[in-house]
Write a protein that binds this ligand. Structure first.
Ligand code: ADP
Ligand code: DP6
Ligand code: CO
Length: 356
């Protein structure tokens, strides 16, 4: 008897221009385009195995060993349904293929880093889920096609189908067919940029990204200003900075956008606070580090950015990684346990927490 099973893994991506707000909550169509860097080391990844079998009674999913309910019409169900439909199309065209699109699937996924803590687990999670089903069903789909499906699991997941510097174009069409991820530049275009991950708190956040952003859409006047008058220019400017490998411009825009995203969260009713005192202390450290650098050379040396959680990501050219790690250890003495700080996208821990 044949075993139909496949495993795939996907890394997280950390946005420089943040996605925050949906114009269509079912299809997951965003209120603004966004841009991120996909981390290319193994520190923050989801690994997912999918199996199809005629003996299975329903679709089931385990996340980090505990079963998660697959709600009818929910995001998991949508992604699984879309992938089964693509398999069915193949089977209809080629009668020699085993008809596994009708079988239920069992899916098991693990994250090697904190889940739902603002380190983009939904991004790597849904990207890995879609990638593992694409492998199970042997689909000839492009990464862009898969990004459209992953998007319906979690918006940020569409960007994790690509490596390097990735934009999620918001699109205009009501069916979402033009709302997908595209590569801005491959990783090799700018290997000098590294990311340090500072795990300030690995607990599950109080307000999920999904709930938080909907509340912002419903209540924040600042969000309207952001999506109309700020993000379009920033998307163009940061894409240009990436093309030109201009770290100073890349860093300035990344920090501005992180700040505005957290301002928009604060402008929500009731307000949402994702950063804590340690997050703000890390911002102060990077601001001071940059102040000294600008005085000396006229250029920024590091950029902080925070997703929907308290954990910092610091982008910096490779030559500064060691110095920044030492600074963090000096001011946050609990942070002595670093993993591979000199590899591309090394990870750093704060408060004794390491990411893997
Ligand atoms: P994060 O900041 O970690 O992305 P979110 O609030 O956006 O947090 O999403 C967290 C949710 O994403 C989890 O509660 C779970 O439903 C889903 N998720 C996380 N990891 C995975 C995974 N590996 N496979 C499937 N779903 C996942
Ligand atoms: C702050 O993609 O997690 O990380 O689409 O509701 O699943 P859903 O939200 P999600 O939101 C990510 C928000 C962010 C910014 C970003 O990654 O662009
Ligand atoms: Co998320």
């Amino acid at each position: 008897m044949s075993v139909y099973q496949a495993t795939a893994s996907a890394p997280v991506n950390i946005a420089c221009i943040k996605y925050w707000g949906k114009r269509d909550t079912k299809l997951i169509l965003p209120t603004n385009s966004s841009l991120s860097v996909t981390l290319d080391q193994d520190h923050l990844r989801s690994t997912t195995t999918s199996r199809a079998d005629p003996s299975f009674q329903k679709d089931r999913l385990w996340l980090n060993g505990s079963e998660d309910e697959i709600k009818d019409g929910g995001r998991l169900a949508t992604c699984i349904k879309e992938m089964k439909a693509l398999r069915k199309q193949l089977e209809d065209k080629d009668s020699s293929l085993p008809k596994i699109s009708g079988y239920f699937v069992h899916i098991s996924s693990r994250n090697n880093f904190p889940t739902a803590a603002g380190l983009a687990s939904s991004a790597s999670g849904f990207a890995a889920l879609v990638a593992s089903l694409a492998a199970l069903y042997k689909l000839p789909t492009s990464q862009s096609d898969l990004s459209r499906i992953a998007r319906q699991g979690s918006g940020s997941a569409c960007r994790s189908l690509f490596g390097g510097f990735v934009a999620w174009q918001m699109g205009e069409l009501p069916d979402g067919s033009d709302s997908l991820a595209v590569e801005v530049a491959p990783r090799e275009h700018w290997p000098d940029v590294h990311a340090l991950i500072c795990v300030v708190n690995d607990e599950k956040k109080g307000t999920s990204s999904t709930a938080g952003m909907q509340r912002t859409v419903d209540t924040s006047p600042l969000l309207q200003h952001r999506i109309k008058h700020v993000v379009p220019e920033r998307m163009a400017a940061i894409s240009e900075a990436i093309r030109a490998r201009d770290f100073d411009a890349f860093a300035r825009i990344t920090m501005q956008d992180s700040n505005q995203f957290h301002a928009v969260a604060l402008d929500t009713e009731p307000p949402i606070f994702y950063m804590n005192d340690v997050s703000r202390a890390i911002i102060a450290l990077i601001v001071e580090y940059n102040r000294v650098a600008v005085e000396k050379t006229g250029k920024l040396k590091a950029a902080y950015t925070y997703d929907a959680g308290p954990n910092a990501v610091i982008y910096t050219p490779k030559e500064n990684v060691k110095e920044i790690v030492e600074l963090i250890i000096k001011y946050f003495p609990q942070a002595e346990n670093f993993k591979d700080p000199f590899g591309l996208f090394g990870a750093a821990g704060v408060q004794g927490k390491v990411v893997d």
